[in-house]
Design a binder for this molecule. Structure first.
Ligand code: URA
Length: 246
């Protein structure tokens, strides 16, 4: 009998070139060999049993050209049981090197913003990106790349099952909601999507480029938005009465 290959040794494959299952998945995921690595073949909702399985698959993913230059696939950090999911655009240099999202300067600012309202990124949030591999020179991911990676994001959201989704910057809004409005137009607006509360917020990198804190500035607006997020979180947790809507 042929020796089982470890997932890290698996070659990406299509339906007609099946992926061999890791030993532990053989019984619980009989359709493992039908999980498509080609972007031409969709990944249906409900494909993954858990986030670990999704992550294993991302690690060997070749669904788009970003796979060619990655150091690491960047899947998530934070708490898989968190009620807040934060979606960034895509890994930068530090993220690609470390295999974790938002660990560079933008990530440090994101952590500070969360901490300013008492949210602990590792406990209270699950952080991920629209694309899991770094786009060259940090360019915006193409529509093709976003489409190839979108099923992973949708599965992450389904498996984490958050109350609130924070979309950082226009790219993540466009990728998840298909809304092409500019971020300055829609930031701070609650948008209901599939039974969840989504709020577009400024990308932390944008705040790093705009350090002014005066009323009406991007940083000031972010402060309003993150307070609204905390308020909604407490409301949904049932620990504070809803605020009057006027
Ligand atoms: N910017 C993002 O959008 N995501 C990261 O993970 C890092 C920087």
């Amino acid at each position: 009998m042929a020796a089982k290959k470890r997932p890290s040794e698996l070659q990406p494959s299509l339906f007609d070139d099946p992926l061999e299952p890791p030993a532990s998945a053989t019984e619980t995921l009989p359709q493992w060999d039908q999980i498509p690595l080609s972007a031409q073949v969709p990944i249906p909702p409900g494909t993954y049993r858990d986030l670990e399985q999704l992550e294993q698959h991302c690690r060997v993913c070749q669904r788009c050209e970003l796979a060619a230059n990655r150091t690491h696939v960047v899947v998530h950090r934070g708490n898989p049981k968190a009620k807040i999911v934060i979606v960034g655009e895509g890994p930068g240099e530090n993220e690609d090197l470390q295999g974790l999202p938002f660990v560079g300067k933008s990530g440090q600012l994101l952590d500070k913003i969360l901490a300013s309202v008492g949210l602990d990124p590792e406990r209270d949030t699950y952080i991920c990106n629209v694309v899991k591999c770094r786009p060259p020179n940090n360019r915006v991911p193409t529509q093709e790349e976003m489409d190839a990676c979108r099923p992973y994001l949708l599965e992450q959201i389904r498996l984490v099952d958050p109350w609130i989704i924070l979309l950082t910057g226009a790219t993540s809004v466009r990728s998840l909601l298909g809304d092409k409005r500019g971020i300055t137009k829609i930031r701070g607006e609650w948008i209901q999507w599939q039974g969840r509360w989504c709020m577009p917020i400024f990308h932390p990198a944008y705040l790093l480029r705009n350090p002014d804190r005066a009323p009406g500035s991007p940083k000031w607006l972010m402060w309003q938005d993150i307070q609204a997020v905390k308020q909604k979180y407490l409301e949904l947790a049932g620990t504070t009465p809803p605020q009057p809507d006027f």
